[in-house]
Design a protein around this ligand. Structure first.
Ligand code: MN3
Length: 261
């Protein structure tokens, strides 16, 4: 590319980027006239810390967040033994696995030897997705919860799914029919300003790009087998009673710029 061609290219690609940014602003303002531009823009790390508290420690290293309630707080819907094993052993394992995989990738870079790149890239994806989803999972539940979404999240669910009942039916069906181990996920699509339901296998498969999980249910057997055995549908039905919609609303509100970070 000649220098003048390069300048023309930069000029036109810059114009395209600026156009895309303006289009984004316009659509955000159309859907959220009162909020306008999100006040958290430029502070995404702070935003994520509020959305998924405790996913990293004060030094920015991956960490196991403490539960915001007692192990037995979700009984009778989720028993204390399941919660303790799930949080202290399974989730802790993903945090350890993510830290370990990132260390291996660092070692490979230092050594300039990428023979095992497939293995450790996949491990980082698996454990990283597992860590993130468990953080959202714990922070989607609580005692004295259940009921239906309220405020702006309720309106968005009605807009994108027709009704809260239709949303719950789709979410439950998707979660129940995950092949093997996985998750049902309600996620916010940043590009379209819409909600969508994902059916993740393991932690990291069947996703899209550019969306943030707001609410998720773990349907790995370790999440329910002690109490429900093979009755995944019974577990999902009961789980709706511990969904803390205020927390889900907070995540949605932060992403939409409806509240300050
Ligand atoms: Mn799990």
């Amino acid at each position: 590319m000649t220098e003048s061609n390069r300048r023309d290219f930069l000029k036109s690609s810059g114009a395209l980027l600026a156009g895309a940014a303006l289009a984004g602003v316009a659509s955000a303002q159309t859907s959220q006239p009162a909020a306008g531009l999100a006040p958290h823009m430029g502070g995404h790390t702070d935003l994520m810390k509020q959305m998924i508290p405790g996913a990293v420690d004060a030094d920015g290293n991956w960490a196991l967040p403490p539960l915001g309630y007692e192990y037995d707080a979700l009984e009778p819907h989720i028993d204390a033994k399941t919660m303790k094993l799930h949080h202290d052993k399974h989730h802790a394992g993903y945090v350890k696995g993510l830290i370990g995989a990132e260390k291996k990738l660092e070692d490979m870079r230092k050594a300039g030897d990428f023979d095992n790149i497939d293995h450790w890239s996949k491990k980082a994806s698996f454990h990283g997705a597992g860590h993130f989803l468990h953080c959202v999972f714990w922070d989607s539940m609580g005692p004295n919860a259940g009921g239906d979404p309220k405020a702006s999240l309720k309106k968005q669910i009605e807009k994108d799914f027709g009704s809260v009942e239709a949303f719950k039916n789709q979410f439950s069906a998707a979660s129940k029919s995950v092949e093997g181990s996985g998750w049902g996920i309600l996620a916010y699509q940043l590009a379209s300003d819409r909600l969508t339901i994902l059916q993740a296998q393991n932690h990291q498969l069947n996703s899209q790009w550019g969306l943030i999980p707001l609410l998720c249910i773990d349907v790995w057997e370790h999440a329910y087998y002690l109490n429900y055995q093979n009755d995944r549908g019974g577990y999902i039905k009961s789980w709706w009673n511990v969904v803390d919609w205020d927390k889900v609303q907070t995540r949605f509100g932060l992403l939409r710029g409806e509240m300050k970070t």
